[in-house]
Design a binder for this molecule. Structure first.
Ligand code: SF4
Length: 400
């Protein structure tokens, strides 16, 4: 069965029949339906060339670079990510992905054993209290609630959301997911995530802190449920602003009373795969310099561009012109850019070289890591002549 790589849910149950796509959400369905449209073509300085010439030029540019950054990588399989990491090491380059401004910090805490975690399959079978904290899966991970968390009847939770789940949505506004929080559910509107964390800790200390009514009721529900999970998103990350200690303490204290796990929610299909490969190799998950053998905020791709620390950027499976801040894009235009991407994009308009690649799950297969750390084997619908792995292997061979 085809797998959708539209987001970190990696839905494995997609059915395609008579050109119709079944089971996918609107975003996933559109990926399959429009997979042949707006495909990138091999280009040098805006002119179409043959594939071999684009590859040759890319190799020349990368070989001549003195300060190379490799960026993107979250939509390609582990096999291709591994080759990109080798290329970065060979060139003593910087390497980074979206996780440095997305949920990489949480993935790192999980990989270091600071936050306890579980799998989505365990959540489906066992979870009672399900937190969505600073994330709106209704829009960003459309099938998360129905496949794995709130709605399924499975394992010990055969009575579904009507009786066997308790949904807690924490957000600064009444998101679409928060609107679902009616029966057996609670929406907590926060101005400060830290206040709510303090509230939970006060309740566990037997004191009445801020949000004491909500925190008291939720702690009781968690003790009753025995298996509970917090899905944390970008709202939580930016709400905590790098100060994770209290949050970690709260989760630890909750685990003295009941079982609580953490899973990061909402990112690109294989962001966690890149984080895991990097962690295995370097002990860090992102924004890494192979020259200085360390990770630092100043090695985040945006910062490298802002500070003019690079002369060439190799961008893989990403569209930074569309996603990074305007001042970064203005500076990026002045760098030599090599882009490997399956689709025509704003970045392909400014790249010196464009090498067309394949879409994972459509015309290339491989392995990806779901948001909960489970490795997924992705079969393609058909095989493209060139894919991310073969392109990167060719560059690795040619680049000096
Ligand atoms: S939820 Fe994500 S993986 Fe699943 S069909 Fe939608 S876009 Fe694809």
């Amino acid at each position: 069965m085809p797998t959708c790589t539209g987001c970190s849910c990696l839905c494995p149950d997609i059915v395609i029949k008579d050109s119709k796509v079944f089971n996918a959400c609107r975003k996933g369905s559109s990926i399959f339906r429009h997979c042949r449209e707006k495909r990138a073509e091999p280009m040098i300085s805006g002119k179409k060339v043959d594939f071999g010439r684009a590859l040759e030029k890319a190799s020349e540019i990368i070989s001549s670079s003195e300060k190379l950054a490799i960026y993107g990588l979250d939509t390609i399989p582990l096999e291709a990510q591994g080759v990109a990491i080798k290329l970065a090491e060979r060139k003593k380059a910087y390497i980074d992905d979206n996780s440095s401004f997305c949920l990489g910090d949480f993935v790192e805490m999980i990989l270091k054993g600071i936050l306890p975690t579980t799998t989505l399959d365990e959540v489906r079978s066992n979870a009672y209290v399900i937190f969505y904290w600073g994330t709106d899966p209704y829009n960003s991970l459309s099938r998360h609630l129905s496949l794995y968390t709130y709605y399924p009847r499975a394992g010990k939770r055969q009575r579904g959301y009507e009786e066997d789940r308790y949904l807690v949505v924490v957000d600064v506004r009444k998101s679409h997911t928060a609107k679902l929080a009616k029966k057996n559910a609670k929406f907590i509107k926060v101005d400060s995530d830290e206040d709510l964390i303090e509230g939970f800790i006060s309740t566990m200390d037997g004191k009445a802190g801020k949000y004491y009514e909500e925190t008291g009721r939720i702690i009781k529900k968690m003790q009753r449920g025995k298996f509970n999970v917090i899905f944390g998103g970008l709202g939580l990350k930016y709400g905590l602003n790098g100060n994770y200690e209290k949050f970690v303490e709260m989760v630890k204290r909750m685990n003295e009373l009941t079982q609580v796990y953490f899973i990061p929610a909402g990112f690109h299909a294989n962001m966690r795969g890149f984080n895991e490969l990097m962690f295995e190799k370097t002990g860090f998950v992102n924004r890494y310099s192979f020259e200085f053998r360390k990770s630092a905020p100043k090695y985040e791709f945006s910062e490298l561009v802002r500070s003019d620390s690079i002369d060439v950027a190799l961008i893989i499976g990403s569209d930074p012109v569309n996603s990074l801040p305007f001042d970064v894009v203005q500076k990026l235009r002045k760098k030599r850019l090599v882009l490997i991407d399956p689709k025509f994009s704003l970045t392909s308009k400014i790249a010196e070289v464009v090498i067309p690649s394949a879409i994972t799950g459509i015309d290339q297969g491989g392995t990806m890591v779901r948001s909960d750390g489970v490795k997924m084997k992705i079969d393609p619908l058909w095989e493209a002549e060139w894919n991310d792995e073969s392109i990167l292997k060719e560059l690795l061979e040619e680049v000096r």
